[in-house]
Design a protein around this ligand. Structure first.
Ligand code: NAP
Ligand code: ZN
Length: 346
């Protein structure tokens, strides 16, 4: 076994502890990654606080992992020691169902293995990226392009792919009007991707505080949802609304902003159910949808697209001791726009 340092939560909402865990010895197709940076996703907070139910504790969160290959198993062909690599939200899948075969492992019918807070096929709990090392089978590791710094790249492994994938799925490009709701970790990269894909991008944030940065990220328009005039002014405007908000919204109000045939895609994942009136859909043949991260092949495509188009998360690098205060700041939306843990401080 490989003993590695981690930041671990013993039980829901408990303070983080610096401790160690055991990673498995390398199997023939495994890669040992020396983790350099790990982003803090709002999903880490939902999970570590036990908000989604069924949390496996002790928990080592982190699914925005960027590091360097430290060792490879005897049959690894994709990577060599020293490569710059990333790991996102999942670390294995059955490999045989129709979704795995089509490169959408996140929807594996046998159940994808989450990077943390999951049970591996061998029955052992998985532990995530707030950790010095991780062992992952090579098929679930992606390559970080040379032009992306590892700290800046790490949030792309979840925030990046979670927003890139639905924008691609709903064919966002020139001529499409897209609204991004919530300008946090996911939202601020969604703006950059939608803009790079050629869409007309509108940001819907609660206040006017983030307007200047939204325009720098490529937004064409910015509206504060706290202003009651916003919903009247934007009625019937958008082909696609990408909702990245971690809390429940007034769904009917957002549906009213869609054009006929428009779609509201939820990636934000509040613990409580949403409510809406069916008439909000019927009257405009509108759709409500959801989307879960993205497959491995698409994650690589997203990283290459980000490198090509100069897309970069705006980050604040923190030390391991600052994780709790960072969680508090995320909950207050006091982050511009992603915290990333410097793993050398563990
Ligand atoms: P984040 O950085 O906290 O951003 C969320 C943003 O939502 C905030 O910056 C804020 O934007 C807005 N917001 C927060 N509370 C709100 C409220 N009560 N009412 C209205 N707006 C509010 O979080 P994140 O890391 O981007 O994650 C966002 C959500 O996506 C989380 O629920 C997370 O679990 C989920 N997620 C889902 C997937 C998936 O595969 N579907 C993957 C990753 C994350 P403004 O200040 O601009 O209003
Ligand atoms: Zn995430």
């Amino acid at each position: 076994m490989i003993t590695t340092k981690v930041l671990s939560v013993p039980s829901a909402k408990a303070p983080f502890e610096k401790t160690t865990i055991e990673r498995r010895e390398l199997r023939p197709n495994d890669i040992l990654i020396d983790i350099k940076y790990s982003g803090i996703c709002h999903s880490d907070i939902h999970s570590a606080f036990g908000e989604w139910g069924g949390g496996i504790f002790p928990m080592v969160p982190g699914h925005e992992i960027a590091g360097i290959v430290e060792a490879v198993g005897s049959e690894v062909t994709k990577y060599v020691v020293g490569d710059r690599v990333g790991v996102g939200c999942f670390v294995d899948s059955c490999g045989a169902c129709e979704y795995c075969l089509s490169g959408e492992e996140q929807y594996c019918t046998k159940g994808v293995i989450n990077t943390y807070n999951g049970l591996d096929y061998d029955g052992n709990p998985t532990y995530g990226g707030y950790s010095q090392q991780i062992v992952v089978t090579e098929g679930f590791v992606v390559r970080i392009p040379d032009s992306l710094e590892l700290d800046v790249a790490s949030p792309l492994l979840c925030a990046g792919i979670t927003t890139y994938s639905p924008l691609k799925h709903w064919n966002i490009g020139p001529g499409k009007k897209v609204a991004i709701v919530g300008m946090g970790g996911l939202g601020h990269v969604a703006i950059q991707f939608a803009h790079a894909m050629g869409a007309e991008v509108t940001v819907l944030s609660r206040s006017n505080n983030k307007q200047e940065e939204a325009l720098k990220f490529g937004a064409d328009h910015y509206f504060a949802t706290s202003d009651p005039d916003t919903f009247a002014e934007l009625a019937g405007r958008f082909d696609l609304i990408l909702n990245t908000v971690s809390a429940n919204l007034n769904v009917d109000a957002y549906l009213s902003l869609l054009r006929i045939n428009g779609t509201l895609v939820n990636v934000g994942a509040p613990a409580e159910p949403d409510h809406y009136h069916v008439f909000s859909l019927i009257m405009g043949r509108r759709s409500i949808a959801g989307s879960l991260v993205g497959g491995i092949r698409e994650t690589q495509e997203m990283l290459d697209f980000a490198a090509e188009h100069g897309i970069a998360p705006m980050i604040e690098v923190i030390r391991a001791e600052q994780v709790e205060e960072s969680y508090e700041r995320v909950l207050k939306s006091d982050v511009r726009y992603r915290f990333v843990i410097d793993i050398s401080t563990l």
